[in-house]
Design a protein around this ligand. Structure first.
Ligand code: NCD
Ligand code: ZN
Length: 344
């Protein structure tokens, strides 16, 4: 039995750091383990321009020394292709981020119609800037459990044909359909996988009393879907890589009606991934998933340093404290014991 594993320092290709006191509380948890992290732009107000992104990058660097934040541009109907290109050439933007309007937390200003961002996508395709996306259909006639599959069919398929040179990332895969689409369309489209979607089904969320702590977008799906997502992650195939979608919310907002969507996994994400890879007998593929595949898809070198995990049970603190009025964030699997721990 393997009790210790050392991998190249990993990256997290999808993180919500928020801003202000929340950022100060959350960002060091990501910096503890990950070298680089894609910083999601759905702040209030969102990160819309290269200038917004540069300022946010500087705040993140101050909050989490040692972490290299990779910035994204929150696409709206009004995004300016010239600003996007300037931001890319200045090394500020690492990706565009598409939120279909109202798809998730702080997505109200997102894109109302993909035709409105045609010029931006054309430019991104030309200059080699990747498009990362929250792949859920927002047509109100579509059932919440079908949103991802319908987006893939109705939006993403056509998008890959309209912009064949545009590199894309379908974020937080939750369904058999999405897993298979990514495998079939790679290397154009790759997919990120969260820690929680490797563990949680909709039955966990709704079947034994309603669990807002397990509520996020896209919502967890069936056991069959979970198995497909798990098999994809532990396959080590280059089209799948780590993106935790760590999304902190204050406890009061997670408990409110309606409850906020998002699960905070930064304090234990890598440990959860390691646990799952271990359960699947695939620890030897953790490095590809966590440290190599994402960098390659984003056109970057893997990191130089390493991270070591040991089989050494530890208990996840229930909450992460936040200075000021936001007070505390519930941690994913807070209070539970995990078998793997980062030791260096
Ligand atoms: C994210 C958030 O809270 O910002 N929430 C979530 O449920 N994952 C937004 C997102 O990535 O969908
Ligand atoms: Zn997210």
């Amino acid at each position: 039995m393997t009790d210790r594993i050392t991998i190249r320092r990993p990256d997290d290709w999808h993180v919500h750091f928020r801003d202000g006191a929340m950022m100060a509380a959350c960002a060091p948890h990501t910096a503890r383990v990950f070298a680089r992290a894609i910083a999601m732009p759905n702040l209030v107000p969102p990160v819309l321009t290269a200038r917004d992104a540069a300022a946010y990058r500087d705040r993140l660097r101050a909050a989490a020394p040692g972490l290299e934040p990779l910035m994204t541009c929150y696409l709206t109907d009004e995004t300016d292709p010239d600003d996007v290109e300037a931001g890319f050439r200045d090394g500020i933007f690492a990706a565009l981020k598409l939120y279909p309007a109202h798809a998730t937390t702080n997505a109200a200003a997102g894109v109302t119609d993909l035709r409105r961002i045609g010029r931006v996508l054309e430019r991104a395709e030309r200059i080699g800037l990747p498009l990362s996306m929250h792949g859920e259909e927002v047509d109100p006639d579509i059932d919440i459990f079908d949103r991802e599959a319908v987006f893939v069919d109705r939006r993403l398929g056509p998008l890959t044909r309209s912009f064949p040179g545009l590199k894309m990332i379908l974020e937080h895969l939750t369904t058999v359909v999405a897993v298979e689409f990514v495998r079939a369309t790679f290397p154009q489209v790759a997919g990120t996988i969260t820690a929680h979607h490797l563990e949680v089904t909709r039955t966990d969320m709704l079947g034994h009393g309603m669990r807002p702590d397990l509520y996020c977008m896209p919502v967890a799906k069936t056991e069959r879907d979970r198995r497909a997502v798990r098999a994809a992650a532990v396959s080590g195939e280059p089209c799948y890589f780590l993106g935790s979608d760590s999304a902190p919310h204050p406890l009061a907002k997670k408990r409110a009606v309606p409850a906020a969507a998002g699960i905070f996994t930064a304090p234990n994400a890598l440990e959860i991934y390691a646990t799952v890879f271990d359960e699947e007998g695939a620890l030897d593929r953790l490095e590809a998933f966590a440290s190599l595949n994402g960098a390659r898809h984003y056109g970057r070198e893997p990191n130089e340093g390493t991270v070591t995990l040991e089989r050494q049970p530890w208990t996840v603190p229930p909450e992460t404290p936040v200075a000021g009025p936001e007070e505390r964030i519930p941690n994913y699997r807070g209070g539970e014991t995990l078998p793997w721990r980062v030791v260096g």
